[in-house]
Design a protein around this ligand. Structure first.
Ligand SMILES: Cc1cc2nc3c(=O)[nH]c(=O)nc-3n(C[C@H](O)[C@H](O)[C@H](O)COP(=O)(O)OP(=O)(O)OC[C@H]3O[C@@H](n4cnc5c(N)ncnc54)[C@H](O)[C@@H]3O)c2cc1C
Ligand SMILES: NC(=O)c1ccc[n+]([C@@H]2O[C@H](COP(=O)([O-])OP(=O)(O)OC[C@H]3O[C@@H](n4cnc5c(N)ncnc54)[C@H](OP(=O)(O)O)[C@@H]3O)[C@@H](O)[C@H]2O)c1
Length: 466
C-alpha cells in the first residue's frame, strides 16, 4: 500500500501532513479514509463515530441472517487499522465536537453520517402505537445500542409497506422463527423477542406492479428457503403492461425479480406455519385505529391502483381493509440535518457538487466535503459508497492543502478530554470484536453482539467509561 504513496514521506518531513476529520464510521467514511491513505498525499485521519463500534449500517442495518455480506467488515477493518487512521468512537458530532472546532483541528472535514431515520409516509394513523418505522425495527434486531431492548411482536397479522430490500429484510425477520435466527449474531434479548412472537401472516404491499419491485433477485429467492415460511404472491394486482416490459428489458435485475414472482403467482401454499403474502397495486391510504384499544393499530386500508402506462399508478377508488395489528413502514430511510452543516430539507441531503458542500449561494465551502448516503440519498449498496468516496476525495485533494506546521492530533484529544468524552479507539474496538467472537464461539456461532453502550465501552477498556 505504501508504494502508492510516493510523495507522502517527503511531505511529512516538511511537516505538510493533511489532517482530515471524517465524521461517520460507516462504509462511506471508511472508503473515504481508504482513498486518502492510498493517495499521494501525506495524511493523518481521524474517523469520528457516534457509536463505540465502527461500520455503520454494515453492522446495524445488514440483516443478521446475511453473514456473508457482513464479511465486508474484514476489508473495512484493515483501513481502520492503518497507522495513518485513528478511530475516535463514542464521539457525537454536534454534541461532543462542533464544526467550528473541527475547522480548528483539521485542514478538511468529510461528513459521512448516512441516514438513520424513517421517511414519513404521510397517511393518517402513521403515529398510532403499532405503526413502526422499518429503521427502528432493524436497529432493534441488529442490537443498536441506542434503541430499547424490547420490541412488541404480539400480533398475528402484520403489514409491511414498500417493496425494497429493507421491506424484504423486515418481512423475512418477522416471518422466520426465533430458532431459525439463533445461529446468527443476535444477542439474547433479540432472540427472546423473536422466539416469543405470535405472528403468522406478513402482508407486504406494493403500490406499483411487480415489474417495479426494488428487490434484489437473490434476496427475493431466499424468501422461499425457510422451512417455516410459505411465500404467496396474490394474483389480484399482478399486472404487467407494455411499460413494465420495456422496464425489465432495460433492467436485468427487475427481469429476474419479475420471473421469480411470476413463478410463484397462484402457487399452492405448502402448509408451513408462517406466510409472507405479496400484494401488488395496493397503495396504503390509512392506518386505522382499533376502537377497542384507542391509540393503537387495528387495521390497514389500501386503495387498489392501476398502471398508467408510464411506470406510474393511479388510484381506482376500490378500498380494502386488512385485519392487521401492526404496520411496518419500509418506504425508505432519511438523513437528518447536522449542526452547522447546510441541509436540503426537500431532498434530505447535504447540498453538494460531487461531494463539495455548497453554501446557500450554491458556492463550495472550502474544506467541507460529504460522501455516502447523506451526499446522494438513502439508496444503493455498500459497494456504491466506494465510488462515491473516490469522487469526494478527488475534489478534496484538488482543493485542500495542509498548513505547515501541521495541525496536531493531540489538540482534538485534549478537546475531547476537556469535554469528558470517553473515546473508544481502534484498540477498544478490537477488544470488543474479540469478545463478541469468543461469545459466539462458545455457542458455535460466528459472533454474538453486545448491544449495550456501557458494556461495549467497558469490554473495550475505554478510559473514562462508567
Ligand atoms: C436495513 C438495511 C440493510 C442493508 N443491507 C445491505 C446489504 O445487505 N448489502 C448491501 O450492499 N447494502 C445494504 N444496505 C445499504 C448499505 O448499508 C448502505 O449503502 C451504506 O451503509 C451507506 O453507507 P454510509 O456510510 O453512507 O451510511 P451508514 O452506514 O449509515 O454510516 C453512517 C455512520 O455515521 C455515524 N453517525 C451518524 N451521525 C453521527 C454523528 N452526529 N456523529 C458521529 N457519527 C455519526 C453512524 O453511527 C454510522 O456509523 C442496507 C441498508 C439498510 C438500511
Ligand atoms: N440485501 C441487500 O442487498 C439490501 C438490503 C437492504 C437494503 N439494501 C439497499 O438499501 C437501499 C435502501 O433500501 P429501501 O428498501 O429502504 O429503499 P428502496 O429500494 O428505495 O425501496 C423503497 C420502497 O418503498 C416504496 N415507497 C416509497 N414511498 C412509498 C409510498 N408513499 N407508498 C407506498 N410505497 C412507497 C417504493 O415504491 P416505489 O418504487 O413505487 O416508489 C419502494 O418499493 C436500497 O438501495 C437497497 O437495495 C440492500
Amino acid at each position: 500500500m505504501t508504494s502508492f504513496r510516493r510523495g507522502a514521506p517527503i511531505r511529512r518531513l516538511l511537516g505538510m501532513t493533511l489532517r482530515v476529520a471524517i465524521v461517520g464510521g460507516g462504509p462511506a467514511g471508511i472508503y473515504a479514509a481508504d482513498q486518502l491513505i492510498k493517495s499521494e498525499a501525506a495524511v493523518s485521519l481521524d474517523l469520528i463515530e457516534r457509536l463505540p463500534a465502527p461500520f455503520g449500517l454494515v453492522r446495524y442495518g445488514v440483516a443478521p441472517d446475511h453473514p456473508r455480506i457482513k464479511e465486508i467488515i474484514k476489508a473495512l477493518q484493515r483501513v481502520i487499522a492503518h497507522p495513518d487512521v485513528r478511530f475516535l468512537g463514542n464521539v457525537d458530532f454536534g454534541v461532543d465536537v462542533k464544526l467550528e472546532e473541527l475547522r480548528e483541528f483539521y485542514d478538511a472535514v468529510i461528513v459521512a453520517t448516512g441516514a438513520m431515520a424513517d421517511r414519513d409516509l404521510g397517511i393518517p394513523g402513521e403515529d398510532l402505537d403499532g405503526s413502526h418505522g422499518a429503521a427502528d425495527f432493524v436497529s432493534w434486531y441488529d442490537a443498536h445500542p441506542d434503541v430499547p431492548r424490547t420490541w412488541p411482536l404480539q400480533a398475528t397479522s402484520v403489514a409491511v409497506l414498500g417493496v425494497g430490500n429493507v421491506a424484504l429484510d423486515v418481512a423475512r425477520v418477522l416471518a422466520k422463527t426465533g430458532e431459525e435466527m439463533l445461529s446468527t449474531d443476535i444477542p439474547a434479548h433479540v432472540y427472546e423477542g423473536l422466539r416469543d412472537k405470535t405472528i403468522t401472516d406478513v402482508h407486504v404491499f406494493a403500490r406499483r406492479g411487480p415489474a417495479y419491485a426494488k428487490f434484489s433477485p437473490l434476496e427475493l429467492r431466499e424468501l422461499a428457503h425457510s422451512p417455516n415460511v410459505d411465500v404467496i404472491v396474490h394474483p389480484e394486482g399482478f399486472e404487467v403492461d407494455d411499460h413494465s416490459m420495456q422496464h425489465i428489458q432495460r433492467n436485468k435485475q427487475s427481469k429476474m425479480v419479475l420471473d421469480t414472482l411470476a413463478n410463484w403467482v397462484g402457487r399452492e401454499p405448502e402448509g408451513k406455519p408462517h406466510r409472507i403474502h405479496l400484494h401488488f397495486l395496493e397503495q396504503p391510504v390509512e392506518i386505522v385505529e382499533d376502537p377497542a384499544r384507542p391509540g393503537t393499530v387495528g387495521a390497514l386500508r389500501t386503495e387498489r391502483t392501476r398502471l398508467t402506462g408510464d411506470g406510474g399508478v393511479i388510484g381506482t377508488g376500490e378500498v380494502t381493509t386488512w385485519d392487521v395489528q401492526s404496520v411496518y413502514r419500509a418506504v425508505g430511510y432519511r438523513s437528518t440535518p447536522l449542526p452547522g452543516i447546510p441541509f436540503d430539507h426537500a431532498a434530505a441531503v447535504v447540498p453538494n457538487d460531487g461531494g463539495r458542500v455548497l453554501d446557500l449561494a450554491g458556492e463550495p465551502i472550502p474544506g467541507l466535503f460529504v460522501t455516502g448516503w447523506i451526499k446522494r440519498g438513502p439508496v444503493g449498496l455498500i459497494g456504491h459508497t466506494k465510488s462515491d468516496a473516490a469522487e469526494t476525495v478527488a475534489h478534496l485533494l484538488a482543493a485542500t492543502s495542509a498548513v505547515a506546521p501541521s495541525r496536531r492530533p493531540e489538540d482534538v484529544d485534549a478537546h475531547l478530554a476537556h469535554r469528558g468524552v470517553a473515546v473508544a479507539t481502534h484498540e477498544s474496538w478490537e477488544l470488543l470484536d474479540r469478545h463478541e467472537i469468543a461469545l459466539g464461539e462458545a455457542e458455535g456461532r460466528l459472533r454474538i453482539k453486545v448491544g449495550d453502550r456501557g458494556e461495549m465501552l467497558r469490554i473495550g477498556g475505554v478510559a473514562g467509561a462508567e
